[in-house]
Write a protein that binds this ligand. Structure first.
Ligand code: S3P
Length: 741
């Protein structure tokens, strides 16, 4: 913002909140003049002395005419009288406020002006401190914090833009929200905790007049009650102003405490554990999975890989657990009768999101601790309505499988995900589910979020899938558990069959005949232990790394080699790779083996179309193998790659072109021209992974045979499927630096 464009800001009320805003504006990129009014001349003098304001006084009337943006930072219940004083003085000024409740402030504005003025944009910075006064002003108070704006239908877009720009200049992230929702959300996340802290300290203080017990109060008490030191008048005003939402939040809380009390009184250890475990994990994961703050924090501080050219590939490693099987272990474990013990669980963000979603539906889940998870199954009809939308992060698998199993529940649910997932097609599951009788709403074009109406009677259908999708097949089979009659799914080519195998392992009969899978609704699942094999999709990056690097000799232990997943092995072997399957055996219905790969030169091939569904997630890695093979590798019949976490055909073609690898993109495939791997045959450069974990990892291994470094942007989502990738890559011989950007 230039000096000429920057508005002159008047802050009414120079306390800690108003003072921090002034300090942030003065310290940041905001170029306008900042003045303040406060009833207390000493606060103004202090503000001037601290240099957080340019001028100020005690009378608003002296400052309004010369300002363009007025920020009301007075206590909530004082807003009305300030607005009444401002009303006759206003010209074209934009007004906003920082009050913690918004309906009461809108009502005050309506009493003063008749309706909410279009240039009054109510706002609320979600940041604070128990300190008060301008002396506590902190220029960083709003940095990386959310500011919620609650514009009305008639709000002036230019006014909204001006208020937004002011907060952004303080480093805040600005979001818009409906005013009613703001008050309900804040009642639960801020007002209720303050009330509890005040009440707990008061209750204890009354019981112990001399405050003796506080001497023995340690960290837990201090953490819980810090906010009881906040300004009493301000909080009285907030509780009064947000009375209805507050009382509703308090009622819910009292019911929760009563449940816990009952569990203690009756010695119901399971109920206690379920509550405490759910809370403990919700607390740990809420940053990432509920508020998405971790994603946002990481978006601001993104991860970039810088991979040096060359390096060897040697050793013995075990990659993390299979993502597909990890998702399913939680889902079926939760719906089973009895306790399911899982080992080898993938502690990646995708499968953790699934785990968290079931906790939110009332399932007690212990762990994960080093890949071990214990799921206290609630049976097919034991899930409870979650309190809010279920957030499944980056995971298409979770959203599609959830759609099936939630369609059969008695309650409504909403499924949301991250930005990448929001672009992915869900009509492929919503349409056949509707044929079964489900009621599902999607956003435009069949995209997420999905709203699933509970309480529907589902009936089995015969469905011929237009594409070979394990997610669609699994979704329908899961819905089929709740449907009347038989649900039959026909696949145009074999897609992974983990759902069928695991259902059988849980004692639920699933039938297969050729391209058809079917089951009858109305049965039950019985808990069974699950040992999750290492993920062949993660192993693929190292299979290719060893296959393209002269001198390589690498063993990957305990890799799942389900016949519906081994396209990557078949294709690499057809290209001439030396891959040996040692120690083959079966764990919990899934075949596994140790894979030993030794370097031999590769040649380009035409990839058989029947291998495409069997290697669907491994193509980014396989394209790097193709770039290092002698001759052309041709892929067709792979249009599905365009609707994965990114358009993987386009993303890989772009990246290969950056490196100087000749390629031709087709609607459903790609041709890649390789020149062998005896000498490095492509350069380096900067690659955009488009936030797709597999694109990021594919180009990381490409560096083994590059002449120059490869820098890959937007790598944070590697954590969705392959936590620890960087360490393992370094362990086998790559030189990979991780940078925050
Ligand atoms: C998966 C199925 C595949 C795959 C995805 C995991 C699964 O998707 O790409 O990573 O776990 O069922 P489609 O079913 O869309 O092919």
């Amino acid at each position: 913002m230039t000096d000429a464009q920057a508005p002159r800001v008047l802050i009414v009320g120079l306390g800690m909140i108003g003072g921090s805003l002034a300090a942030a504006l003065k310290a940041g990129s905001f170029a306008g003049r900042v003045v303040a009014c406060d009833r207390d001349p000493e606060e103004i003098a202090r503000g001037l002395a601290l240099g957080v304001i340019d001028a100020g006084g005690t009378e608003v009337a002296d400052w309004v005419a010369d300002s363009q943006l007025i920020v009301l930072a007075v206590p909530v219940l004082a807003m009305e009288s300030v607005l009444a004083r401002l009303a006759p003085l206003l010209d074209a000024q934009v007004i906003t406020d920082v009050g913690s409740t918004k309906l009461a402030i809108r009502a005050a504005a309506e009493r003063v002006f008749g309706s909410l003025p279009p240039r009054f944009i109510p706002g609320h910075p979600i940041a604070g401190s128990e300190k008060s006064g301008v002396a506590a002003a902190n220029p960083d108070l709003y940095r990386h914090h959310k500011v919620i704006l609650t514009p009305g239908l008639d709000s002036d877009p230019a006014a909204l833009a001006q208020v937004r720009a002011m907060w952004q200049a303080c480093g805040a992230e600005v979001v818009d929200m409906a005013i009613e929702r703001h008050d309900q959300v804040l009642a639960r996340t801020s007002h209720l905790p303050h009330l509890l802290a005040f009440s707990l300290v008061d209750t204890l203080a009354r019981q112990d007049e001399r405050l003796e017990i506080f001497r023995y109060a340690a960290g837990g008490f201090r953490d819980f009650t810090r906010i009881a030191g906040s300004d009493p008048v301000m909080w009285r005003d907030i509780f009064t102003a947000n009375k209805d939402a507050m009382i509703a939040a308090l009622d819910d809380f009292e019911a929760g405490v009563a449940r816990l009390r009952r569990a203690i009184v009756t010695g119901d250890d399971d109920a206690m554990l379920a509550t405490l475990d759910r809370a403990s994990h919700a607390r740990h994961y809420f940053d990432t999975l509920l508020n998405k703050t971790r994603y946002q924090a990481m978006e601001q501080r993104n991860i970039r890989y810088r991979v040096s050219p060359g390096g060897g590939v040697r050793g013995t490693i075990r990659v993390p657990g299979d993502k597909s099987i990890s998702h399913r272990s939680i889902m079926l474990g939760a719906l089973a009768d009895g306790v399911t013990e899982v080992s080898g669980f993938l502690e990646g963000e995708d499968s953790l999101a699934t785990l968290q979603a079931f906790r939110e539906m009332g399932v007690a889940i212990e762990g994960p601790h080093q890949g071990r998870v214990t799921i206290h199954g609630v049976g097919l009809h034991g899930l409870k309505a979650p309190a809010g939308p279920l957030y499944v992060g980056n995971a298409g698998t979770a959203m599609r499988l959830f759609a099936g199993l939630l369609a059969g529940q008695a309650f409504d649910t909403e499924l949301t995900g991250d930005e990448s997932l929001t672009k992915r097609p869900m009509g492929r599951v919503a349409d056949p589910l509707r044929e079964m009788g489900a009621v599902i709403e999607t956003a435009e074009g069949g995209r997420p979020p999905l709203t699933i109406r509970g309480g529907q009677r589902l009936k089995g259908i015969d469905y011929a899938m237009p594409m070979a999708s394990a997610q669609v097949k699994s979704c329908l089979l899961l819905a089929g558990l709740y449907a009347e009659g038989t649900t039959r799914v026909r696949e145009p080519a074999p897609a992974r069959d983990h759902t069928e195998r695991m259902l059988s392992g849980f004692g639920y009969p699933v039938h297969r005949d050729g391209d058809l899978a079917w089951l009858e609704g109305g049965g039950r699942l019985t808990a069974a232990p699950i040992d999750v094999p290492a993920d062949i999709s993660s192993a693929a990056f190292f299979l290719v790394a060893a296959a393209i690097t002269p001198g390589a000799d690498l063993t990957l232990e305990h890799v799942g080699i389900n016949p519906t997943r081994i396209g990557v092995i078949n294709i690499l072997q057809a290209m001439g790779a030396d891959i040996r399957l040692d120690n083959p055996h079966e764990v919990g219905g899934e075949p596994v083996a140790d894979l030993r790969v030794r370097y031999t030169p590769l040649k380009g091939i035409t990839i058989p179309e029947d291998q495409v569904p069997l290697a669907i997630d491994e193509f980014p890695a396989l394209f790097i193998a193709a770039a290092n093979a002698e001759g052309v590798t041709r892929l067709r019949g792979a249009a599905e790659l365009r609707v994965k976490e990114s358009d993987r055909l386009a993303a890989m073609a772009d990246g290969l072109s950056v490196l100087g690898v000749e390629n031709t993109l087709h609607e459903d495939g790609i041709d890649i021209v390789g020149h062998g791997s005896e000498t490095p045959n492509y350069g380096g450069g900067r690659i955009d992974s488009l936030g797709d974990h597999r694109i990021a990892m594919a180009f990381a291994i490409a560096a083994l045979r590059a002449r120059e470094p490869i820098v890959i942007d937007d790598c944070k989502n590697v954590a969705t499927s392959f936590p620890g990738f960087v360490d393992l890559a370094r362990r086998v011989g790559l030189t990979l630096d991780e940078e925050a950007s």
